[in-house]
Design a protein around this ligand. Structure first.
Ligand code: PLP
Length: 432
């Protein structure tokens, strides 16, 4: 019914060779998405550069993917979990489909390590998953289409893209480079990267990431309290992305939003083992949905989240959960601290380099990202210049939202020798 007269019909003999298409209409939400997802787009440009310069020794400070091996105590935990699956007793205990919300000992340990000291969160509120990005997207299914979403600008692209795919947007404004019906809350040096929340007064859902990807800014206790009070006052739900919380060193910044009074009635928190233990490929994370969080009709958000997870997900890999359990043992915890410490040192080295080169630099202290100010220059242009001159891949700030233009994000996920080479190249080419 949606084919015009001129278009070939699928079963039309004459046109069979010309067109092979289904009769299924494209999801109009998918059609609304602009360009490719940021990182595939960067990979495309990088590959084109490599094709033109086959001898280039590319160093990636672009995508936030971990580079250091998973620490030995954690690998042992995984190996043991895998070996157990090869025994009758082990398979009976942890094999087969597990609980969709995760193995109980892992949920208990997550509470012990991350929540018991300063919050009231309990294990029934923890949902173990295959990672934070997956949970963020699945959450959109739970809320249903047509919600008003607010995001920090710049922000991790998955918030906006999953909002578009799930039908929260009404179009795209080419001039402002913003989707319609999404509230972009500007985060800039001038407001200490904490937005004016009033812009999000009418939003249903507020995505908030701290420490922030890409700016590296961590919200202080006072700022978090402002966010929580605002959301409670306006009856909103905050999706608080704490994927980098382990990187926080400023004692004035909470490591979980549940340290803030009132957060349990307005916040969902998403967390991940990806950047703490090198689990980006292994896949393990968790989401906290407090019992006290309710929809407008009084029904439980936790109940619906459980229902969504039971429908869309069959539980995290039992081997990955074995790794998670080991990561939260005393030895594993120490090794994660060392890994995170290594990346934090990288971040500080990068920050120092750009400061010495005369740039204004943000982040790097409470997060593995360095946010470099290029004085309002087009960030894709700066990205291309850095790649062309130094064979270093970065991430253009505009890829994280219109307010990110003028900045470039450098990731601290890099081997130390590569970082040292990158720093030498940057110093040579960008001396002001
Ligand atoms: N949230 C933020 C802010 C991120 O930067 C990332 C990954 O880069 C994720 C979530 C995704 O984490 P995961 O690997 O657990 O899906």
């Amino acid at each position: 019914k949606h084919l015009t007269k001129e278009q070939p019909k699928r079963h039309d003999k004459i046109n069979v060779k010309v067109a092979a298409m289904s009769n299924v209409s494209r999801n109009p939400n998918m059609a609304q998405l602009r360009a490719g997802y940021l990182f595939p787009e960067i990979a495309r440009i990088r590959n084109a550069h490599l094709e033109k310069n086959p001898d280039a020794k590319i160093i990636s400070l672009g995508i936030g993917d971990t580079t250091e091996p998973i620490p030995a105590p954690i690998v042992s935990g995984m190996a043991n979990a895998a070996l157990a699956l090869g025994t009758v007793a082990g398979y009976e205990k942890t094999g087969g489909y597990g609980s969709e919300a995760g193995q109980q000992p892992l949920r208990d340990l997550i509470v012990k390590r991350f929540y018991s000291e300063k919050t009231k969160i309990n294990a029934s509120e923890i949902f173990v998953s295959d990672g934070s990005k997956c949970d963020i997207s699945r959450m959109q299914q739970m809320f249903g289409p047509g919600r008003k979403v607010a995001v920090q600008d710049p922000a991790y692209p998955a918030y906006v893209d999953s909002s578009v795919i799930n039908g929260h947007c009404t179009g795209y404004d080419e001039k402002t480079k913003r989707y319609e019906n999404i509230v972009y809350m500007e985060c800039v040096p001038g407001n200490d990267f904490f937005p004016n929340l009033e812009a999000a007064k009418d939003a249903d859902i507020i995505f908030f990431c701290s420490p922030n990807n890409p700016t590296g800014a961590a919200a202080t206790r006072a700022q978090c309290k402002e966010l929580v009070d605002f959301a409670n006052k306006n009856g909103q739900i905050v999706i608080y992305d704490a994927a980098y919380a382990f990187y926080i060193e400023n004692p004035d910044c909470p490591k979980t939003i549940y340290e803030i009074e009132g957060s349990e009635t307005c916040c969902i928190e998403s967390c991940s083992f990806s950047k703490y233990a090198g689990f980006t490929g292994l896949r393990l994370g968790w989401t906290v949905v407090p019992e006290a969080l309710k929809f407008a009709d009084g029904s439980s958000v936790r109940f619906d989240w459980n229902r969504c997870m039971c429908t869309a997900f069959n539980g995290a890999s039992n081997v990955a959960q074995g790794g998670g359990l080991a990561a939260l043992s005393d030895e594993g915890w120490k090794s994660m601290q060392e890994t995170v410490g290594f990346y934090k040192e990288n971040a500080k080295m990068l920050k120092k380099t750009f400061e010495e080169l005369g740039f204004k630099v943000y982040g790097a202290v409470d997060a593995p990202y360095v946010w470099v100010d290029f004085d309002g220059r087009d960030s894709w242009e700066v990205f291309t210049e850095i790649l062309t001159k130094t064979d270093i891949v970065t991430t253009p700030g505009a890829g994280f939202g219109p307010t990110g233009d003028g900045f470039v994000r450098m990731s601290a996920f890099c081997h130390r020798d590569n970082l040292e080479t990158a720093i030498e190249r940057l110093k040579k080419e960008f001396a002001k």
